[in-house]
Design a binder for this molecule. Structure first.
Ligand code: ADP
Ligand code: MG
Length: 700
């Protein structure tokens, strides 16, 4: 009879109410099951012993045999600590305790051989080990040691309360004794034999008590694979349900608007990537199911024209379309560039933002409801309840990382039948990750820039070289170019940041005197109308320098601007730097991005700057960004469970991820409801994992 793994952890031998409480609060371990799934972070070699004269400053965890010859109190008040002199036949080191000194002092035996284990520091010419794990040598020798002793996740509170790694290992042993290490299999026999996996029980045993390196590796592979596999299974099933359940408008034909535009007004030839993506979108729009598509394309890859042509298809089928952007500046820009094209086609188009006045709003509301208005461009203002469409067929969201999922769903509910949704983002997410995170979205990628685009030359300069940089700017302006100077603006340090911006602005005004030079400034504290005015002066070429905070980060298009100066570049994240750089390099001229920083830089900042200098490729940058920050900041990661991974790592294990996704796909292809007898185990595991009780009704 198997032990029930849902048994509360309190019942396990060696746990008891106090420890159970701590395990729950600190590690979220409630049941036996949770404990089994507490996987070690790493393994250490406890078969190796160091002599004190072998210790090196880069030793992480070490194990030493020796004895304590002396104990003394050092320091006063909060700095008070207990220091032991620890000796072997090659030298002397110190052991240090900052807490629990009384208890340690009473339990330590001078002159008796101990085995100590822990991290060492080099301080004042000696090695010391704070809060070592200690054991009498005699006892130590009774236990078998492994070359791969697990190190479990822990918290400060746990170790303060005496739940050390050793205690957790002990509890884990109890768990295996009580359950006899017998755990039910979660994958079908097919998978296990096809993928040459070890069994669940064997994997769990070896992850906690590795017999050897090979079995440990196989255990890790099996558990990581399984973790990814079930997430992928969920995501793909969700997508299948979405497609079969959510009916969309069927845009059967491509008509006048699209064809006329394509033949007569297309300002350039589409890139192959743009053509491919348009095909994917057209297929969705005519498929009877609601489109829910993410369009990824680097800055400048030409997403706007794809958006317009998709909207034309909606119009050709008698529907309205809207395009929503995160900022006023960007909506205005979209509006301006689409207005002309729409005029040529005799299409009605309007702009709605926070600064639209009442009479404009009234007019728009009316025209939307009676169907006169065909395309609406705007900001969040589009989401207001008052904004009602007669028949919204397609909603496009630009730069979606600024909008949340909740807002997406608000657009959905503008009709009884949800409109088709296209989300455009210039913050590329590495392909493998995107697939695993955005399970309910289909993905299109524009992976090609329009022809003739020049590589943006990027350099890193220190503040002390500012004069040289200014001279360079002057040369560019003389050639007729325009320049952005961008300052960071971060909420926590907003006051200081505004000061920096204004100081910077003043010094630029001094160095670039009127009337020879004209300078615009745009920041978040200005009124929308003033911002717009300044922006327009720059767009029209009346000013040569635009000093701004990150409000210009998204989407602004001034092809004549060829230099981007980013001040305090070390304070920006990689994707932000890449977005900013994308504001230049939009015309025919060679463009430049200059990253200005102070002298002191953290390792991460250095990596970010080097990455920017070495590549223009948004996907490559996204990979580095992900490596530096982890996936936590990506939109959607919370929903998909990618963040709650227990053993696998989306970045380090991306090959396993891809493998798991492939496998999940092929299984669902042949058996979408997992109803074949050979998938019985899968189906059972899946149903345990998923909340959707009726999931099977929707598919197959
Ligand atoms: P993003 O993907 O960043 O939104 P845009 O749609 O703003 O990029 O396009 C950037 C610039 O490239 C615009 O000036 C646009 O007119 C131009 N462009 C887009 N597609 C092409 C193309 N196929 N050939 C030439 N220029 C193009
Ligand atoms: Mg854009």
């Amino acid at each position: 009879m198997n032990t029930n793994l849902q048994t509360p952890i309190d019942y396990l031998k060696g746990v008891g109410p106090n420890r159970a409480d701590l395990l729950r609060k600190e590690l979220g371990i409630h049941t036996y099951q949770d404990l089994i799934n507490l996987f070690p972070n790493r393994y250490i070699d406890r078969t190796q012993y160091y002599k004190i004269n072998q210790l090196q400053r880069n030793n992480a965890d070490v194990q030493v045999i020796g004895e304590i010859t002396n104990l003394k109190d050092v320091g006063e008040g909060r700095a008070k600590r207990l220091v032991a002199t620890f000796k072997d036949d090659t030298g002397v080191m110190e052991l240090v305790w900052f807490r629990g000194q009384k208890w340690i002092r009473e339990s330590i035996k001078l002159g008796k051989p101990y085995v100590i284990f822990g991290k060492i520091n080099w301080f004042n010419g000696v090695f010391n080990m704070p809060h070592p794990e200690m054991e009498f040598l005699e006892e130590h020798e009774k236990n078998l040691r492994s070359a791969m002793q697990p190190v479990y996740p822990s918290t400060e509170k746990l170790s303060n309360k005496g739940i050390t790694n050793r205690v957790i290992s002990k509890i884990m042993q109890e768990l295996f004794l009580e359950t006899k290490g017998n755990f039910s299999e979660s994958l079908s026999e097919n998978e296990i034999s096809e993928l040459k996996l070890i069994s669940k029980s064997e994997a769990l045993f070896n992850i906690h008590f590795p017999k050897n390196q090979e079995l440990l590796s196989r255990a890790q592979f099996r558990l990581k694979f399984e973790e990814f596999f079930f997430i992928q299974l969920q995501l793909i099933i969700k997508n299948l349900i979405h497609k079969s359940k959510i009916k969309g408008f069927n845009f059967e034909h491509v008509g006048n608007n699209f064809n006329t535009f394509f033949k007569e007004h297309l300002p350039f030839e589409l890139t192959n990537a743009q053509k491919r993506v348009l095909k994917e979108i057209r297929a969705d729009l005519g498929s009877n199911a609601q489109m829910n598509r993410l369009l990824q394309g680097d800055v400048g890859s030409g997403k706007t024209i794809v958006a317009l042509m998709s909207m034309l298809i909606a119009l050709d089928n008698g529907f309205q379309a809207c395009l929503m952007a995160p900022t006023e500046i960007l909506s205005v820009q979209h509006y301006n560039s689409l207005f002309e094209l729409c005029n040529k086609l005799n299409i009605s188009i309007k702009l709605l933002t926070g600064s639209s006045n009442t009479s404009e709003r009234k007019e728009i509301h009316k025209m939307l409801e009676n169907g006169e208005l065909q395309i609406l461009i705007g900001t969040h203002a589009l989401l207001e309840d008052k904004v009602k469409f007669k028949n919204l067929g397609l909603a496009i969201i630009d730069e979606q990382h600024r909008f949340g999922v909740a807002q997406r769903s608000k657009l959905w509910h503008k009709n009884d039948t949800p409109p088709h949704i296209l989300i455009m983002t210039a913050t590329p997410i590495p392909r493998t990750l995107a697939m695993s995170v955005y399970g309910d979205l289909d993905i299109s990628i524009i992976d090609e820039l329009p022809p003739g685009r020049k590589h943006i030359k990027t350099v890193h300069r220190y503040d002390k070289n500012r004069l040289k940089v200014f001279r360079f700017i002057k040369d560019e302006i003389t050639k007729g170019r325009q320049v952005y100077v961008v300052y960071p603006l971060i909420q926590e340090s907003e006051k200081m940041d505004y000061k920096d911006l204004m100081d910077g602005y003043e010094s630029i005004v001094r160095d670039f005197p009127m009337p020879q030079y004209q300078i615009s400034i745009v920041h978040g504290k200005m009124k929308a109308a003033d911002k717009d005015y300044e922006m327009q002066r720059f767009v029209k070429g009346e000013t040569q320098i635009m000093v701004a905070t990150t409000v210009i980060e998204v989407g602004v298009n001034v092809p004549n601007a060829s230099v981007m100066i980013i001040e305090s570049a070390e304070r920006f994240g990689l994707s932000q730097l890449h977005q900013l750089r994308g504001r230049v390099g939009r015309g025919a001229e060679q463009s430049y991005c200059i990253l200005m920083t102070g002298h002191k830089l953290s390792e991460d900042s250095k990596t970010r700057l080097q990455t920017m200098v070495s590549t223009n490729d948004g996907f490559e940058i996204a990979e580095v960004d992900l490596r530096l920050r982890g996936p936590g900041d990506l939109m959607g990661t919370q929903q998909s469970g990618v963040l709650n991974l227990k053993i696998a790592d989306v970045i380090k294990d991306k090959d396993i991820l891809q493998h798991a996704r492939h496998y999940a796909k092929s299984i669902l292809k042949s058996d979408p409801s997992l109803s074949l007898p050979e998938h019985k185990v899968l189906r059972y595991t899946y149903s345990q994992l998923t909340k959707y009780k009726n999931i099977w009704n929707y598919i197959s």
